[in-house]
Design a protein around this ligand. Structure first.
Ligand code: OGA
Ligand code: MN
Length: 285
């Protein structure tokens, strides 16, 4: 597509795609975007003007969309639009219109407590606080490749429980009995080291730290191994942070990255709409 320009962020992951209106991409343009997404893992498109239908339409170019998790209140975010997830601290009639509040959202991959987590998430910024609420991404290929040899060798062959009790904002998911015993909590086991089905590269696949559990180990041993691996993963050199502007669309590969969000002042408004593209079970490396 004429004018499409891919500029790496200069950080540990991601690129900005310039010169594209996501409401009007042709087949060649989409193919170039998909290639850039596999290569850079996270893509930022600034200055977009997307309706919910536009967001859903562009997202569906990547494949079928998953239904979003229900809100912490048990409600669907938008009646008739089950594929839309709203991230927001805004309250209407005493109820939040979205999830995750205004606090920190800790490092995680979306919906990996499912056997077949989404392969991509697309997050679109409608309202942004004057400061705070930045979102960081970490590159799970380089996190794996740079692991010390002993940890790398240990990690392969192990499976990790991806907890489904709490979301990344620390809120209890709807319909779940709270527990802080990682051996008992609901979730799904995935291989700790996976092969990305499209790039063929190896990556760490961790999901989230809270209530994570390495299958078959003593709890103390599991905690110690996870702490060692997480201490390595969350280094700034593997990361890139987006300072949001209204009209930003960020598309991430949900298999080979994790993300987190800084807290922000709860008296400011932040409204983001998200979709998630169906994926397959991540294959062991
Ligand atoms: C998400 C998410 C963080 C943010 O939408 O999956 O984690 O910055 N969002 O809103
Ligand atoms: Mn998320």
């Amino acid at each position: 597509m004429a004018g499409l320009n891919i500029v790496p962020t200069g950080g540990g992951v991601g690129a900005e795609v310039r010169g594209v209106d996501l409401r009007a991409i042709d087949d060649a343009g989409f193919a170039a975007i998909e290639r850039a997404w596999i290569a850079h893992q996270v893509l930022l498109f600034r200055g977009q003007a997307l309706s919910d239908d536009d967001l859903i339409g562009f997202s569906a170019c990547f494949g079928g969309l998953d239904w979003a998790p229900v809100q912490e209140t048990g409600r669907r975010f938008v009646e008739g639009r089950p594929e839309l997830y709203i991230v927001s601290n805004v309250m209407v009639n005493g109820e939040p219109i979205g999830s995750l509040g205004a606090g920190e959202a800790v490092w995680h991959t979306d919906m990996s407590y499912l056997p077949e987590p989404p392969k991509a998430s697309l997050l679109y910024a409608l309202e942004i606080p004057p400061s705070g609420g930045d979102t960081s991404f970490v590159n799970m290929y380089t996190a794996y490749e740079t692991l010390p040899d002993d940890l790398k060798a240990r990690a392969r062959g192990l499976k990790v429980k991806h907890d489904g009790t709490y979301n990344s904002g620390g809120f209890l998911r709807q319909g779940v009995v709270p527990t802080d015993d990682p051996r008992q909590s609901p979730g799904h086991l995935h291989p700790m080291v996976c092969t990305h089905p499209e790039s063929g590269r190896r990556m760490l696949y961790l999901g989230r730290r809270r209530n994570a559990y390495v299958d078959g180990l003593d709890l103390a041993e599991s905690e110690a191994l996870l702490d060692a691996i997480w201490a390595h993963v969350c280094q700034p050199r593997f990361c890139w942070t987006n300072q949001w502007q209204v009209g930003d669309l960020v598309l991430w590969d949900n298999r080979c990255t994790m993300h987190r969000r800084d807290p922000f002042d709860n008296s400011a408004r932040r409204v983001m709409h998200r979709t998630q593209v169906k994926g397959a079970a991540p294959p062991a490396a």
